[in-house]
Design a protein around this ligand. Sequence first.
Ligand SMILES: *[C@@H]1O[C@H](CO)[C@@H](O)[C@H](O)[C@H]1NC(C)=O
Ligand SMILES: *[C@@H]1O[C@H](CO)[C@@H](O)[C@H](O)[C@H]1NC(C)=O
Length: 422
Amino acid sequence: MGKGKVGLVMALVLVSFVISTSSSDEEQMSSSSSSSSSSSLFNHVGSSLLFQVHGNVYPTGYYNVTMYIGQPARPYFLDLDTGSDLTWLQCDAPCVRCVEAPHPLYRPSNDLVPCEDPICASLHAPGHHNCEDPAQCDYELEYADGGSSLGVLVKDAFAFNYTNGQRLNPRLALGCGYNQVPGASYHPLDGILGLGKGKSSIVSQLHSQKLIRNVVGHCLSGGGGGFLFFGDDLYDSSRVVWTSMSSDYTKYYSPGVAELFFGGETTGLKNLPVVFDSGSSYTYLNRVTYQTLTSIMKKELSAKSLKEAPEDETLPLCWKGRRPFKNVHDVKKCFKTLALSFTDGKTRTLFELNPEAYLIISNKGNVCLGILNGAEVGLQDLNVIGAISMQDRLVIFDNEKQMIGWMPTNCDQIPKSKAMNT
Ligand SMILES: *[C@@H]1O[C@H](CO)[C@@H](O)[C@H](O)[C@H]1NC(C)=O
Ligand SMILES: *[C@@H]1O[C@H](CO)[C@@H](O)[C@H](O)[C@H]1NC(C)=O
């Protein structure tokens, strides 16, 4: 069923309630950049990493970032995934089972990450970290779309440019995946760029080497493409809507529990645990919430000129108009704005989903609901905000301050910098 990849690593659900050891740590660099009353959206301090993003929600179904890895550095196209931690490449270890990829398989360095390394431990559920061979770290990842990757952790050089033009070549742990089973939404890429908050993520590693502030952000354009960054000097913090990051999940970026609003009115659905996941093209709600929302929508639409189009199998729920639609703009007046409301102490923050944030136009010209039933992909109670609902805004995961923020942004306009990673 699950069309559109769900990037969440299911194995991690088992460990998701372990209290996270706080990483908001020693470094007390104040966020002085936000106090400069800059009128421009972006500052140019220069210690961030900025990447160009390619792809779209539909029809491509993923966003891809190029990383240069190895010595000499070679390019790899990776699936941008804030719903999992480990970055891995299809790898010639030799490869037992690899799927077709845009580049030749990665040849691993012989710098193996030992089993007792904390990064290795972080990839295993507590009590399941057995070191049969202490010299190496074996891992297995399972994704919610049924796909999986089996491999071994190695360290290798990554080539990056800071936004001030300076180069850096840190050695970082990555997965050499030599046995992959493609999931329901197989993507023809070289691997996955894991940007979750776990220890193995690239950003956590760059942070522990004191090369970057532990902040990840992305801006995915509704028209396709966009940008990704690590660090905190490419946005004006005072313009961002912030809410605190829940510590209930050790891996996922979660703003906690939400109440769902439809057209400005509550649906009565509350206490919905929510996580952000750029590796999931679509948004998923738990069974009850999905059913309630779709029945409200169907009732609303029955009075409009839209008819259900079960013959369109692009997504589970599509509607046909009098004539085919070209883009969501043609039909948005028939749909209301949804909102997830998060309570942070006494403050309430809203994550609004206008029709563009939950609808797509299929190749048959019908409008389809980009919100799916998570029960059908095994997500149980978890509600996942996928890429579709994060488009055309900056979404920032600040692991230093333990905050998640968002603001409407034109993602086609890449922040000015001396250098970026394209
Ligand atoms: C990934 O992005 C690169 C540019 O960085 C682009 O040339 C390439 O076509 C994209 N690959 C896929 C498979 O989408
Ligand atoms: C970094 O910048 C240099 C010089 O502009 C360029 O040749 C190189 O490809 C860039 N590296 C990356 C990873 O984009």
